[in-house]
Design a protein around this ligand. Sequence first.
Ligand code: 5RP
Length: 265
Amino acid sequence: MATTAEEQAKLVETSKRLAAYQAVKDYLLPEYTRVGIGSGSTVVYVVDAIAALGPEVTSKMVFYPTGSQSEELIEAAGLNLQYISKLPAGQQLDVAFDGADEVDDDLNLIKGGGACLWQEKIVATSAKRFICVADFRKLSPRLGTAWKKGIPIEVLPMAAPRVLDELRRMGSQNPRIRPGLPGKAGATVTDNGMWIIDAPFAPLLLPKDTESGGQAGDGSNGLWAVDVLADALIKIPGVAEIGLFYGKNGLQVASGAQKPVAAYF
Ligand code: 5RP
């Protein structure tokens, strides 16, 4: 049944809120003390859901932001704020909650639509468990199908032209430096003083596409597997971090074999 844009927007907000409340109910255990908080509009509902648990539960917890937006959210909700730089070596967060721009069949993610991907990856990989909270629009069989803007890549500004050249050589279709917010001249500047390049690629292959004589996935025919592309992108000089969150590069190795868990509506 056709819906108006207004009805669709309402449905999306309801979906984000339900996913967030469900995720907090299922995955924020009362014994947890260290909690990572991601960025974006879905995370606003995550923080609402956490605050709704009340000080009895939340006063024993400390919340670690992934940038200025989540820092403000934590403070506005009256939750205890701490920085990931203060987490001692050898220790981990109990859990981190974050949103995503796209989630594929294997729960690999594109993140960085809000330009916070670098700190998000640091917090995600510092957590024993990473919970991705995503509404129904974010699910797609392969990354690059629903999210057409490209893979967000955080770069050193002086290296941006060289990184663009390399991305084009790798087959990215029209990679571009993300402009500033409307009314703001120049590029988007991240919380880390970097720029973002959005690099569209053809939908990214999964092991089920490349195994047993399937597609190569090495970029040779314009098609990349998620892990192969991630390994290649992170090696480009001037790239600080990439918005592909997947097992080997992002989550499994650094956090001790945790696959992202998605909570959907
Ligand atoms: C920010 C992110 C966000 O999690 C992602 O863009 C999703 O945002 P939203 O919840 O507003 O759809 O990665 O860098």
